[in-house]
Design a protein around this ligand. Structure first.
Ligand code: GLY
Length: 422
């Protein structure tokens, strides 16, 4: 089977790595990929945003399966465009991808199915939103309706911060059209947990639980990032929570899709917060998480390819997923300054030495090979995953491997899977 993976991050390297282990994967392409995907796939220099060129490539190369990594091409309808050419793709249609691409759509769907989530109001008029802020207790959460590269969620500690977030999003166009409408919701206290589910229209299969660390600095300080590390299983996830999650969140969600005439095929990843009253949905994502995928896939013993196919074909009821019982810890190495300004083009050394640490897998993100050397080429550079019999053992291995990798201005958190209280 010829497979095309779209994207260039650590998630896509993990996907190409895992799919490459499948006996049915004859050839894997990655567009545009990175220096790591080049090791187990053929990189194609088409950006994840160039939908026309991606479809043309898939058509001309008779790609049997396209796996879409990031949210933007899904929201822009790449799966629909591929389907129009009779090309198979893993991921939701444009209409189903609204569950991530529009916070307002997701909130309304949750409300219609009584899915536990924060109380919220939605606004398309900034003066109404500002007026509403006057009577609120703080903190509150202000979310841009659309996709904003993971930066569209602001926790406003007080009225001044709330006013400024609303003004920036709605009046000054900080996130373009994505911020013209906003959701203002209650701030929920608790610990976060990421659950991934393969959804085939009517059935789903849950992956193991995971947690990510979104803040840039140790102790959950600093700005939010795409994710500075992850671990699996999540230490705050219980069988009881899972059973309620299925009856109160997953099943009603699928019912909600059905009532709207939407069939969701792909990966659905609700970001949850575990409060004193149980799990609440913070957001829905419609693609694999990054860096959760880099922690999850090394634990997955089953072949991923038939699972993706069953998801597309509506056959998940026949599938089970086998897992390694060991824990996985993933540490992200980033360019100094990320998520703000950073420099690129730094030589990365020590990759082979790090890869020699037992049960360690190194996934590339912002890297590229230049004249035989691997150089930094983005904000998040590498995701180093280790397996261990306990979370502590996995953590020690991951940091052993990380300590062997060097590049100028390398930044990583020292407390991944350690400071797990929030
Ligand atoms: N780990 C956060 C995300 O993938 O959106």
């Amino acid at each position: 089977m010829k497979i095309l993976v779209i994207g260039s991050g650590g998630r896509e390297h993990a996907l190409t790595w895992k799919l490459g282990q499948s006996a049915d994967a004859e050839r894997i392409f990655c567009a545009p990929g990175n220096a790591g995907t080049a090791e187990n796939a053929e990189n194609v220099s088409i950006s994840a945003g160039d939908l026309k060129a991606l479809v043309r490539f898939a058509k001309e190369n008779r790609i049997d399966l396209t796996v879409v990594g990031p949210d933007d091409p899904l929201a822009a309808g790449i799966v629909d465009l591929l389907a129009a050419e009779k090309l198979r793709a893993f991921g939701p249609t444009k209409s189903a991808a609204r569950i991530e691409a529009s916070k307002i759509f997701a909130k309304e769907l949750m409300r219609s199915q009584k899915i536990p989530t924060a109380e919220a109001r939605t606004f398309s008029d900034s003066s109404e939103a500002l007026h509403y802020c006057e009577k609120l207790e703080f903190p509150v959460v202000i979310k841009a309706d659309g996709l904003a590269l993971g930066k569209g969620v602001i926790v406003a500690a007080d009225r001044v911060a709330a006013r400024s977030a609303i003004d920036e999003m709605m009046n000054q166009g900080r996130f373009g059209d994505a911020g013209r409408r906003v959701v203002i919701e209650d701030f929920l206290r608790g610990t976060e947990c990421s659950l991934h589910a393969l959804v085939d229209g009517s059935n789903y299969r849950l992956l193991e639980s995971a947690r990510d660390h979104k803040r840039a600095l140790d102790g959950d300080q600093g700005p939010n990032t795409g994710g500075m590390g992850a671990f699996s299983p999540a230490n705050n996830w219980t069988k009881k929570l899972q059973s309620k999650f299925e009856t109160e969140i997953m099943q009603p969600l699928l019912r909600g899709f059905m009532q709207k005439g939407i069939t969701f095929h792909g990966l659905l990843y609700p970001g949850l917060i575990i409060t004193s009253e149980g799990a609440r949905v913070l957001e829905f994502n419609c693609r694999f998480g990054d860096p959760e995928t880099q922690a999850l896939l090394p634990r997955m013993k089953s072949d991923l390819l038939p699972l993706l196919e069953a998801t597309i074909d509506g056959n998940l009821s026949k599938c089970t997923i086998e897992w390694d019982t060991r824990a996985a810890v993933t540490v992200v190495l980033a360019s100094g300054g990320y998520p703000g300004k950073y420099e690129t083009g730094k030589t990365i050394s020590g990759l082979d030495d790090a890869a020699n640490v037992e049960d360690v897998q190194i996934f590339h993100a912002g890297t590229k090979r230049v004249e035989g050397e691997v150089k930094t080429a983005g904000g998040r550079i590498l995701a180093v995953t280790a397996l261990g019999s306990t979370l502590e053992a996995a953590r020690a291995r991951a940091y052993d491997a990380v300590s062997r990798i060097h590049f100028v201005h390398c930044h990583y958190r020292r407390d991944i899977a350690l400071s797990v209280t929030n």
